[in-house]
Design a protein around this ligand. Structure first.
Ligand code: GLY
Length: 256
């Protein structure tokens, strides 16, 4: 069986200057981040992805968070327009690298959209309306997705960077989610494993059925294991210090 592709982006020296919402954030150790990135890539490969590494230009500290730059919808790649102005330039290189492999579409001004706000589960796209993704970005994505018969559902998000900071899929019909960041009814029809007491619940479901969870999130590991899933863990503390999670670090062709 063909292994789905996952694209990651290298960790530049400038990663120490990545955006953070927490002040003062712990200093980022770029050498340690690169080591953690290598282990993250190894987990993706062990879990069934074919990983390809794209280069991050030096002037994009947040470049490793490649998920925010594009959304895969089968053979279409929607290039985003990040709500963070310093991140908008990241998109061009990703579009250039993947132009031969997908039909490219773009979110245009005044729309903003970051891939961290786009959660595909149960055949739908749940789109977080956050400080990074606005109504117009959602509207444009809705038009593009509708051409492929994919429905979008708006999810206003409170007190979190992205929707996928606080809700991610463990399989095609089950989510893990932290309460208090969005209206609970929005995911009606899906099974939700609520994780009370842990703000970040960003997990990555691997093609082999295992669920990749950050080493720091022990409560999350317990809940997902307790629900019968096989769990793999990886330490991504340097990326967590830059407000990033596991899904942010790759753009996966099987998400759409
Ligand atoms: N550092 C991740 C972000 O703020 O976009």
């Amino acid at each position: 069986m063909t292994r789905p592709a996952a694209f990651v982006r290298s960790v530049p020296d400038s990663f120490a200057g990545a955006l953070t919402g927490v002040s003062p954030a712990p200093d980022i150790d770029v050498v340690h981040a690169r080591e953690q990135h290598r282990r993250y890539i190894a987990c993706l490969e062990q879990g069934g992805f074919d990983v390809e590494i794209l280069d991050t230009p030096a002037d994009f500290p947040d470049g490793p968070f490649i998920e925010d730059t594009a959304v895969y919808l089968s053979g279409t790649l929607v290039l985003t327009r990040p709500g963070a102005p310093s991140r908008r330039g990241e998109v061009f290189g990703v579009g250039e690298a993947l132009a031969e492999r997908a039909v490219l579409r773009s979110i245009e001004p005044p729309g903003t959209l970051e891939g961290g706000d786009v959660l595909r589960v149960g055949g739908r796209l749940y789109v977080g309306l956050s400080s990074r993704t606005n109504d117009e970005g959602l509207r444009q994505l809705t038009v593009i997705a509708a051409r492929q018969g994919i429905e979008t559902v708006a999810v206003p998000v409170r007190n979190a960077l992205h929707l996928k900071s606080v809700a991610t899929a463990v399989d095609g019909e089950t989510l893990v989610a932290a309460p208090g960041h969005f209206d609970r009814d929005v995911f009606a029809g899906l099974r939700t494993l609520w994780v009370d007491g842990q703000n970040e619940v960003n997990v990555l479901n691997l093609p082999d059925g295992r669920v990749l969870i950050p080493a720091s999130k022990t409560l999350l590991q317990e809940i997902v294991t307790g629900a019968g899933y096989r769990v793999l863990t990886v330490d991504v503390s340097e990326f967590e210090n830059a407000d990033g999670g596991l899904t942010c670090l790759s753009l996966r062709a099987n998400d759409g």
